[in-house]
Design a protein around this ligand. Sequence first.
Ligand SMILES: Cc1cc2nc3c(=O)[nH]c(=O)nc-3n(C[C@H](O)[C@H](O)[C@H](O)COP(=O)(O)O)c2cc1C
Length: 347
Amino acid sequence: MAKITTSLFGGSHLGAVGVRITGLPKGLEVDFKAIDRLLERRRARKAAWSTPRLEGDEYAFLSGVENGFTTGEEIVAEIRNLNTRSADYPRFVPRPSHADYAAFIKDGKIEPGGGRFSGRLTAPLCVAGGLAEGILKKRGIEVLSYVKEINGIKGKGYPEVTRDEIVNAENTPPYAVTNGDEMLKAMEEARRLGDSVGGSVESVITGLPAGVGDFYTAGLESAIAYEVFGVPAVKAVEFGLGSGFSKGYGSELNDPFRFEGGKVVTLTNNSGGINGGISNGMPITFRATLRPTPSIAKPELSVDLSSGENVILELKGRHDACIVPRAAAAVEAAAAIAILKLIMEEL
Ligand SMILES: Cc1cc2nc3c(=O)[nH]c(=O)nc-3n(C[C@H](O)[C@H](O)[C@H](O)COP(=O)(O)O)c2cc1C
């Protein structure tokens, strides 16, 4: 049926950031609570590991939403940028592993704060994700994400974790089901050292009926990975057992079928609910791995692109020692958008 498109606009140090969504039919109710829930989890808090740069995330629908319902027109949502300090960012010395150098080659300039490559763009992504989650919920589909690992410290995850445990974890940073205190310590230690750490976010999608998706690039894995790689700092996306499949026998790792209450289920879910790119009715599970925050206070080797010299970069700005807790909301938003696009196109 309808093809849904999403695009982000603006930049961290411009007037605003925002999202455009086309193709959504009229009359869909906007779940403002679902949007607020994602934005709240994405927001920088006054935690030791989080940036002291508190961002206002007041969003407004400029078009496409009236009286809480979609109108069928293009949806545009905008968030004004209130708190920016461009002086914190060198204009010709790229931050190692940020998008600065690659963007300089492409655009001819380094935007302060990373421009369109900034994590700030995940705020409007969360607006679109919350909108998507509200629509999916009405169809019995739920997307939940939590922090699985930070700097090697692992928390409880799928399949041991329960829905209640995940929902509970949402109230307390770093949004891990277990071992949150150890993860916080690891992030605080990174901040103390002027350094940063990475980790992973795990997502579980329930209620998606069997039969959604298709072969080749029309598969569910492609659709979810496509959106989730749009979240900056995500460097790996794996489904089900993922890289765990590299060791073990098929007889141990295949998911055996059984009838349960007249419904086909699998006794294990190493496949992450997807076979041949199509949902098999089990929960969709995936993990996204995020790199340590590129901007760190420790001096690093870089280059001055205006003078052609090798230099030492000493960064002054305000950055998260770990972006994984905040990124959990963005990963969830991206996955919800992927599922919404697929089901609106197929059903
Ligand atoms: C929620 C969120 C916040 C982020 N905040 C920062 C930050 O404060 N400083 C930084 O260097 N990178 C930050 N990033 C990561 C960069 O935007 C990202 O690493 C950069 O755009 C390069 O993209 P890549 O790592 O995917 O290659 C953030 C990412 C997310 C998802």
